[in-house]
Design a protein around this ligand. Structure first.
Ligand code: GDP
Length: 598
């Protein structure tokens, strides 16, 4: 048993300082050479605990943080795209994340995106409120702890920082997180810490690192405890062509040990591949590269947590985000099935109508599906990795025949192939494309809402709505052929063409035209007093002055109203509809049975 370094990923909006922060941490660590500097991995950089101790200058003692973990392994590629690629079954490969926000700009689209993804994977994170050196009047103190440099600022500057922090607290609150400046956090399990930093001057970085160490040791110990001689588990970060080596795999190993000659199981788009590791490579220190002209050095084995380049035959089609598992002869079949199942769990292919989703990696596909399901219950027909192809358009077109809102392709970070473009327009399939997942989903959901709204409207137009009118005594202009009389609309909206019934259920005639002050109008609403003609009505025979009449709602319209359009009716229309149902049942006791408004 050993405790490995937690894997840390940096996320945030473009230009908010992800790269600068990683560079600063690496640079500062390298400067502490005597303590061990940094350990370079493939795709990751490890900062040993001793170096962190030096950078943090006594903060670990101050906050009584033990030193159980060997260090922090930072993923070199920041951003949520790398983060979603670094998946592992049921979660993220990253044990911890830093969500970086430019304190002067606040939350931006990719900040929300990153937050959504962290939420989805339940990854613990701290917020780094970056660029505090840009606050007006700020006096920088290079590499100093935040509390020290804060103390030295004039009150106005301090106040300015506090205001900006509270804006971040507000944004996080809206997203369902309870957050505070780190030194005011009382419960690290339920509150998110905000650490003000400058990635440029290094201010606040001591606290940021201290916090990561503290959180990892306090809350992730089980997750970080591994058997260092068990077969390795990892995730493929990148599939890369390397001069003289062919296709290589950059992998992050989070459990066990990976050895040269190990048999490994990986995923391609279609299936599982089993191959044997020819060599394992690690980066050479800079000085050595200059001498030998190759960037890599061979190693016999690597133990988690570790980033390593794998040279093995037959890995050309392996997908980024693929799991990596070491198999022995006796458990090869089991592992093969397990890994295959993992692919099947994410990929979707059914014959039922639904939308098509295409994404660039397994992790992003998984994220799109999960976040879509949180927003809507729209069915999915195909979910797959890769560019949008002609086949995808055809699949979407088939779904479109069932329902227009399914004739859709959601494309995340992928291209539309030329062959797909040629048939796209004719197919009427709609492609939504965005590299921010929540925007992609939002666009689709908004579009879907619009269509549903439109449908409701036209449905509403096509059915008879509940109306109640009164024949105004003393305003009968003609008694028949057609009858013309003044009326008052008591509820709902009267339209030409509506059949009218009496309170006993008898049909008296059909509304011909509606006139207001001598002019024809299309409808009359509650409160209006107008003149109408009633075809088939004879005043004094089947209609009397002062009578209350209702619209005659066919049973099929009542069913639609009670099932789909209930919420579209005003309160007085609902009330009138109930009265109409009672009247209709006097004539036909089975009218609308099984349907109700409540
Ligand atoms: P990324 O897109 O998130 O990786 O952002 P970068 O690290 O590339 O930073 C974007 C810009 O902001 C660069 O010009 C950086 O020099 C600048 N920058 C990053 N952090 C800071 C900071 O703390 N203070 C100041 N003043 N500039 C910063």
């Amino acid at each position: 048993m050993k405790i490995r370094s937690p894997i840390v990923s940096v996320l945030g909006h473009v230009d908010h300082g992800k790269t600068t922060l990683l560079d600063n941490i690496r640079g500062t660590a390298i400067a502490h050479k005597e303590a061990g500097g940094i350990t370079q991995h493939i795709g990751a950089t490890e900062i040993p605990i001793k170096v962190i101790e030096e950078i943090c200058k006594g903060l670990l003692e101050k906050y009584s943080i033990q030193r159980i973990i060997p260090g922090l392994l930072f993923i070199d590629t920041p951003g949520h795209e790398a983060f979603t690629t670094l998946r592992k079954r049921g979660g993220s490969l990253a044990d911890l994340a830093i969500l970086i926000v430019d304190i002067n700009e606040g939350f931006k689209p990719q900040t929300y995106e990153a937050l959504n993804i962290l939420k989805m994977y339940k990854t613990p994170f701290v917020v780094a409120a970056n660029k505090i050196d840009k606050i007006r009047g700020w006096k920088a103190h290079k590499n100093s702890s935040f509390l020290e440099t804060f103390e030295k600022q004039v009150p106005k500057v301090q106040q300015s920082l506090e205001t900006k922090i509270y804006e971040l607290v507000g944004s996080l609150h809206e997203e369902g997180f309870n957050a505070e400046r780190f030194d005011r956090v009382t419960d690290f399990t339920s509150q998110v810490s905000i650490v003000p930093i400058s990635a440029l001057t290094g201010e606040g970085i001591p606290e940021l690192l201290t916090l990561l160490i503290g959180l990892a040791q306090q809350y992730l110990k089980d997750q970080l405890t591994i058997e260092s001689d068990s077969p390795a588990k990892g995730t493929i970060l990148e599939v890369k062509e390397e001069k003289g080596l062919g296709t290589t795999l950059d992998a992050i190993i989070y459990d066990g040990v990976l050895k040269q000659n190990d048999k490994i199981v990986l995923l391609t788009l279609e299936d599982v591949v089993v191959t044997r590791i020819r060599s394992l490579l690690k980066p050479k220190p800079l000085e050595e590269i200059r001498e030998s002209k190759t960037e890599f050095k061979r190693v016999k084995e690597v133990v988690a947590a570790s980033g390593v380049k794998i040279v093995a035959p037959g890995v050309k089609d392996v997908i980024p985000g693929s799991p990596l598992r070491v198999a022995k002869d006796e458990n090869l079949e089991d592992i093969r099935n397990e890994i295959r199942k993992e692919l099947e769990e994410v990929k979707i292919e059914t014959d039922k109508a639904g939308i098509v989703i295409k994404a660039d990696t397994l992790g992003s596909l998984e994220a799109v599906i999960k976040l879509l399901k949180e927003e809507t219950d729209v069915p999915i027909r195909v979910a797959d990795i890769g560019d949008v192809s002609q086949r995808d358009v055809i699949e979407a077109e088939v779904s479109k025949n069932t329902d227009e809102i399914y004739g859709v392709i959601l494309a995340f970070n992928v291209k539309i192939l030329p062959s797909a473009k040629t048939i796209l327009e004719e197919s009427g399939v709609k492609v939504f494309s965005n590299n921010v997942i929540y925007k992609l989903i939002e666009d689709y959901v908004d579009w879907m809402k619009e269509i549903k709204e439109r449908r409701k409207k036209s449905l509403m137009e096509s059915i008879i709505r509940p109306v109640k009118i009164r024949i105004l005594p003393g305003f009968v202009f003609r008694s028949s052929k057609p009858a013309i009389t003044g009326i008052e609309v008591l509820a709902g909206k009267l339209k030409p063409g509506y059949n009218l019934i009496r309170e006993d259920g008898n049909v008296v005639g059909t509304v011909g035209s509606i006139q207001d002050k001598g002019k024809n109008i299309k409808s009359a609403k509650k409160g209006q007093k107008v003149a109408i003609s009633i075809k088939g009505g004879i005043i004094g025979r089947n209609i009397e002055e002062g009578d209350i009449l209702y619209s005659d709602i066919p049973e099929k319209d009542y069913k639609i109203l009670s099932k789909q359009l209930k919420n579209e009716l005003t309160a007085d229309e609902q009330e009138t509809l109930e009265e109409i149902v009672k009247i209709k049942r006097k004539v036909d006791p089975t009218y609308g049975t099984g349907y109700s408004l409540s």
